[in-house]
Design a binder for this molecule. Structure first.
Ligand SMILES: N[C@@H](CCC(=O)N[C@@H](CS)C(=O)NCC(=O)O)C(=O)O
Length: 213
């Protein structure tokens, strides 16, 4: 039996973050697909375990954990190696703020339920939705590029992956999926390319998951 069960969706970038963290930590986990396209996240049985009706959810050590960054911080504490945050408090705060720029200020604006609401309740067409997505990714990535300038090496902070890279790689996948240009952010492109070469990141990629279509 696996050590953990991940309620997952192949294309979910929040779940993709958790897959990367689990792989980096060498955790053994079973994946249970929640078909977001079919609305399975809103079904009563799933809401019973996650009232927010979202993925990811991780069952581990007898706990049910939600919110990708909360899960990743649990894993970071529970399985110390490899280290995903610098030891220095100010440096750690910088890394967390890069991760949160993506997880709190870019990703939620382009979430499935937000895009559906723009389309359904506000009657926006696909070009308007695409422009909304590009706007928020572009604004967030420009800020992140400037933030990373002081700390980046091969990765957003130094030469080994941190929680900031764990958030970056899925967000870059989303940007490319929606044809948002990323050439203006060379530090982000470099960190994404370096991280994506690592097996833990590569195995977490949506194309390597069972795709519920
Ligand atoms: N802040 C949450 C966001 C989770 C989230 O947005 N999950 C999306 C997939 S990436 C979801 O389940 N969406 C379902 C929906 O929009 O109905 C986290 O980081 O875990």
């Amino acid at each position: 039996m696996a050590d953990a069960i991940l309620y997952d969706y192949w294309r979910s970038s929040a779940a993709y973050r958790v897959r990367i963290a689990l792989n980096l930590k060498g955790a053994d986990y079973e994946q249970r697909a929640v078909d977001l396209a079919a609305g399975a996240q809103k079904a009563d049985d799933y809401r019973t375990i996650n009232p927010q009706g979202m993925v990811p959810l991780l069952e581990i050590d007898g706990h049910r954990l939600t919110q990708s960054l909360s899960i990743i911080m649990y894993l970071a504490t529970r399985i110390p190696e490899p280290v995903l945050l610098p030891a220095d408090p100010a440096e750690a705060a910088h890394v967390r703020s890069m991760a949160l720029t993506i997880a709190c200020d870019i990703h939620p604006l382009n979430n499935l339920r937000v895009l559906k609401y723009l389309k359904g309740e506000f009657g926006q067409d696909q070009p308007a939705i695409d422009s909304w997505i590009a706007h928020w990714i572009g604004e967030g990535f420009a800020a992140l590029e400037a933030m990373a300038a002081s700390s980046a090496g091969d990765f957003l902070y130094g030469d080994s992956p941190t929680i900031a890279d764990i958030c970056l790689v899925p967000q870059m996948y989303n940007a490319r999926r929606f044809d948002v240009p990323v050439g203006a952010y060379p530090t982000l492109v470099r960190a994404d390319a370096n991280a994506s070469k690592l097996d833990a990141f590569a195995r977490a990629h949506p194309d390597r998951q069972e795709q519920v279509l």
